[in-house]
Design a protein around this ligand. Structure first.
Ligand SMILES: Cc1cc2nc3c(=O)[nH]c(=O)nc-3n(C[C@H](O)[C@H](O)[C@H](O)COP(=O)(O)OP(=O)(O)OC[C@H]3O[C@@H](n4cnc5c(N)ncnc54)[C@H](O)[C@@H]3O)c2cc1C
Length: 448
């Protein structure tokens, strides 16, 4: 992958930062066989160098693919145009400022998600967004995908915690929106627009984040149920009770069958649906909340928080281990359609001769609907892809969305037009055209 571009780009970022490693050409969608090609991979060392690279590419019509930790599931960071330049943010890894007393931090795009969480925790604070691949993903990637996780039920997804951005936009300008401000309505919400833009509107170089004082206690409560209906009824009881848990997660029978054996403390016999809540707050309030949640869930289990979340982090891998592979989506539905979508996932799988299961963020109506596969079985993959199309149609019929976490990226390109009206799709495309008139930022990704 040595190209004519390497020499001029080396002049902008230094020859040792123009790389050729295959590592930069794939993301977590590699499991689906997606790999890319690029003319060059560059690792700028500063926001100014990012701007210089973008200006150079933009002037010459060279496609630009921003890359964070490469943990994305939608192929967003995979370069699919052999003439593209991958801009990897790994070297922008400085915390620019941290004011624990003012509950705020400014960190560059390449800082790892877990580093932000750890710094906050060590200073008695809390950065709530908790996407699963925190040791691999970067802050810039989390912002570009507007990532979420279990605790986003109570606290909201990444966007809620970004008060300002520094970014490079076309044709190579370094700009700032917002900042260390807790309120700002002066202009259109360009910070929000870049959150979830998947590298198609510009490159995030740094972000101001809001933090919270850490809750004194995190007390999980887990309810085990005999079936989807009983479990979803309990989820609705929790919501109706007025108690606000930090998390409201579920696992269906298939996901539980794959992972139950390692559940901390064990599960009662016959458990075929799990609801996982967490009470968090001051010492007194959390204990009282935990009691209330236990009441709503019936006879509830109380595993230790650390052990429970470590186990929950392993659910996806435990499901993969059943057959060696999976095709998994992250659809979202209105809460009153959650049970139908959970059972619908299994029924769709059966219609296509596959095993299906789901788990996810019940309180957000966000399912990880999954079809199990044997690696290398091309015929099974074709059936799984057909199952996914049916799942998307069901989700959209329920008024839902094809993605609540991972984004459209490359793998779900073209899906938006099935769930948005033509005028809304036109507005989406007009924003892209206005901010990226030459269509060079991550071409082909997040297309309607
Ligand atoms: C095991 C595992 C668990 C996961 N769990 C979750 C989860 O719980 N919740 C969740 O939301 N996701 C989850 N994901 C998906 C993934 O981790 C998130 O989407 C994450 O936010 C991607 O960050 P990244 O730095 O790896 O980005 P990448 O994969 O490198 O890129 C993702 C997208 O963002 C763009 N991008 C990256 N950096 C920038 C930047 N600085 N400026 C502009 N655009 C940029 C890329 O072009 C691409 O379109 C999981 C993935 C794995 C492998």
């Amino acid at each position: 992958m040595v190209s004519d571009l390497a020499r001029p780009l080396a002049g902008l970022v230094g020859p040792e930062h123009v790389r050729h490693d295959a590592h930069f050409l794939a993301d977590a969608s590699q499991a689906m066989g997606l790999r890319g090609r690029a003319a060059a991979v560059v690792l700028p060392g500063s926001a100014e160098e990012v701007a210089a690279v973008v200006a150079w590419c933009y002037e010459r019509g060279v496609p630009i693919v921003p890359r964070g930790g490469g943990s994305g599931y939608a192929g967003g960071a995979v370069p699919l145009d052999p003439d593209a330049v991958v801009v990897a943010l790994d070297r922008l890894d400085r915390v620019r400022s941290f004011d624990p007393g003012l509950w705020r931090i400014e960190a560059e795009a390449g800082v790892r998600t877990q580093t932000v969480a750890r710094l906050a925790r060590e200073n008695g604070l809390f950065f709530p967004p908790d996407p699963g691949a925190a040791e691999q993903s970067q802050l810039g990637g989390n912002i570009a995908t507007n990532a979420g996780g279990p605790h986003c039920f109570k606290y909201g997804v990444t966007r809620e915690w970004v008060s300002g951005l520094e970014a490079v936009i076309a044709p190579g300008e370094l700009v700032r929106f917002g900042g260390p401000l807790r309120k700002d309505v002066a202009g259109y919400d360009l910070t929000g627009l870049l959150c979830g833009s998947e590298g198609t509107l510009g490159i995030v170089t740094s972000a101001w984040l809001r933090l919270l004082p850490a809750p004194a206690l995190q007390l999980p409560v887990v309810g085990a149920f005999a079936d989807v209906q009983a479990g979803c009824a309990a989820i609705e009881r929790v919501l109706a009770s007025g108690v606000v848990p930090a998390t409201l997660e579920y696992l269906d029978a298939g996901a539980l069958a794959a992972s139950a054996s390692t559940f901390p403390g064990g599960l009662p016999a016959g458990a075929a649906f799990l609801v996982i809540c967490e009470a968090d707050s001051t010492e007194e309030d959390a204990a009282e909340l935990q009691e209330s949640l236990s009441g709503e869930l019936g006879a509830a289990l109380r595993p230790a928080a650390r052990a429970l979340w470590r186990w929950r982090d392993g659910v996806s891998l435990a499901v993969v281990a059943q057959r060696g592979g999976k095709l998994s989506e992250d659809v979202v539905v209105p809460l009153d359609r959650l049970a139908d979508t959970i059972t619908g996932t299994v029924e769709i799988a059966e219609r296509h001769g596959l095993e299906g299961c789901s788990w996810g963020h019940a309180g957000d109506g966000n399912l990880h609907s999954t079809f199990l596969l044997e690696p290398g079985n091309a015929e099974q993959l074709v059936r799984a892809e057909a199952a996914v199309e049916e799942l998307f149609a069901l989700t959209i019929a329920f008024g839902g969305s094809v993605t609540g976490e991972h984004g459209l990226g490359w793998l779900k390109r073209g899906q938006l037009r099935h769930q948005w009206a033509p005028a809304a799709v036109a507005a989406h495309e007009a924003i892209k055209a206005a901010l990226d008139p030459r269509g060079l930022f991550n071409p082909g990704k997040k297309t309607a």
